[in-house]
Design a protein around this ligand. Structure first.
Ligand code: ZN
Length: 453
């Protein structure tokens, strides 16, 4: 077995309030086998050998970052929806236009480029909230999971792990209106047929896990929620759901069901320790209690929430209630987990006009171990013995990060400062370049293929 030895100028170790200097990280067969802080450990009696073959990692080395909520194809809309006014709902119509033009080949090309962009940003694992299941109009492909298979292949090419969250999407409104137009390809008819299709998809690749998702209370009728929840529960699989992104969703849910979306999901068994609620921008205080008591986590997507004028989720209240927070770039208006992480703190500052709501280690945890756990990879997101060897190195000598103490990296660095990314022990990004994908060129070509202007 070959041992790879990395010598990090600084590494952010679990539970440490700030990065540790001079850390030797040893990796064997994709796992971290030793983590040794060297400072003060040199000298004949220290018992620590500094190997000649260790590879220096200048800058700050972080655990792998998890992008918990992604719709890969939304990347094609970046910069194209800013011409006029409008809100989430007008943006959604433009998004449907792209959805209508994708097929397995163009989906693979676009997702491969988007996942490679994520790798460049230090993302080692992505949760894809996947509902583009069928042909335009709703007919099945010869392999009904061909679109999901394209995502699995895309992640393999990009060198990152994937949790494919197979999304149940059946109706267009809380009161059960049928899917129309571009939405028709999202639907399986009913939750039982969704479960049959999901069951048939069993990729064996080691970089992928399959989980489930309820698109939202708009898209799955109340009496079918438990079918999705039970499918995930039987497999101990992650279960994700868009929750209270919009006040209109709350109002409609109360009008139709007499309770909040959180209340409805709780009643039908959707909440629990394996469940992640995405957004949760407009919960009531009673909702937060229900989420916390059930062990449900919340994935915040601050750059999308700001882009779509959704509002600011009550992150500090959630954390105070004991809710685990994770992060996602969702619509990919921005793919930068540093930006998502600091937005959790900065948005609270704007709301409260006070500073200091989250510590740097809170942000590292949300982007790292909490995110990986929300995607079903409990053994990732920490630089510790036995964990998956995911290492993300950020330079501290760029125009953005020069002079910044390592502990301040999450408030200064951008995705462009990531110089090296190791996923499961394999080098994916070196010197700021993806080793397999020409990311900018592939993004450009893939987006041109699916957009009209
Ligand atoms: Zn989403």
């Amino acid at each position: 077995m070959t041992t790879t030895r990395w010598l990090a100028e600084y590494a952010w170790l679990p539970e440490h309030a700030e990065p540790t200097p001079d850390v030797l990280i040893e990796v064997e067969d994709g796992r971290i086998t030793a983590v040794t802080p060297l400072l003060g450990a040199h000298g004949p009696d220290a018992g620590v050998e500094v190997y000649a073959d260790s590879v220096a990692l200048p800058g700050l080395t972080l655990p792998g970052l998890a992008n918990v909520h992604s719709h890969a194809f939304h990347r094609a809309l970046r910069g194209r929806t800013h011409g006029g006014r409008g809100d989430f709902w007008t943006w959604r119509d433009q998004m449907y236009g792209v959805a209508d033009r994708l097929d397995p080949d163009t989906y693979l090309a676009l997702a491969r480029a988007v996942y490679a962009e994520m790798a460049l940003a230090g993302v080692t694992c992505v949760g894809e909230f996947h509902y583009l299941h069928h042909r335009p109009g709703g007919g099945a492909y010869d392999d009904p999971n061909e679109m999901g298979a394209a995502l699995v292949e895309a992640a393999a090419h990009a060198g990152i792990r994937l949790t494919l969250l197979d999304t149940c999407y059946l109706t267009s409104t809380v009161d059960g209106q049928a899917l129309t137009g571009p939405q028709r390809r999202f639907g399986d008819g009913d939750a039982t047929r969704w479960a049959q299709r999901a069951e048939a998809f069993q990729p064996t690749d080691s970089h992928v896990r399959v989980g489930a998702a309820v698109h939202s209370v708009r898209a799955v009728p109340a009496d079918q929620l438990s079918t999705v929840a039970e499918w995930a529960g039987q497999r101990q699989a992650p279960l994700h759901v868009h929750l209270s992104e919009q006040p209109a969703e709350n109002d409609e849910c109360r009008a139709v069901h007499g309770r909040s979306p959180t209340g409805l999901l709780a009643e039908h068994g959707v909440l629990g320790p394996n469940t992640t609620a995405v957004h949760t921008t407009h919960p009531t205080s009673a909702d937060l209690t229900v989420l916390a008591d059930s062990g449900t986590g919340v994935c915040l997507c601050p750059t999308t929430e700001r882009d779509l004028a959704d509002g600011i989720g009550p992150a500090r209240l959630m954390a105070d209630a004991g809710i685990r927070l994770s992060l996602g770039s969702d619509s990919h208006a921005v793919v930068d987990l540093f930006e998502e992480a600091r937005a959790v703190e900065l948005d609270e500052r704007l709301r409260t006009r006070r500073r200091g709501h989250f510590t740097p280690v809170d942000l590292v945890t949300a982007a790292g171990s909490a995110g990986h756990a929300a995607l079903g990879w409990a053994d990732a997101g920490r630089i510790a013995v036995g964990e998956r060897a995911d290492l993300v190195t950020v330079r501290l000598d760029s125009a953005r990060t020069a002079g910044v103490p390592p502990v301040g990296a999450f408030f200064a660095a951008s995705a462009a400062d990531v110089t090296q990314v190791v996923v499961d022990g394999r080098l994916v990004v070196a010197e700021g370049r993806h080793l397999r994908v020409d990311v900018a060129a592939e993004l450009s070509a893939a987006i041109e293929a699916v957009t009209l202007s």
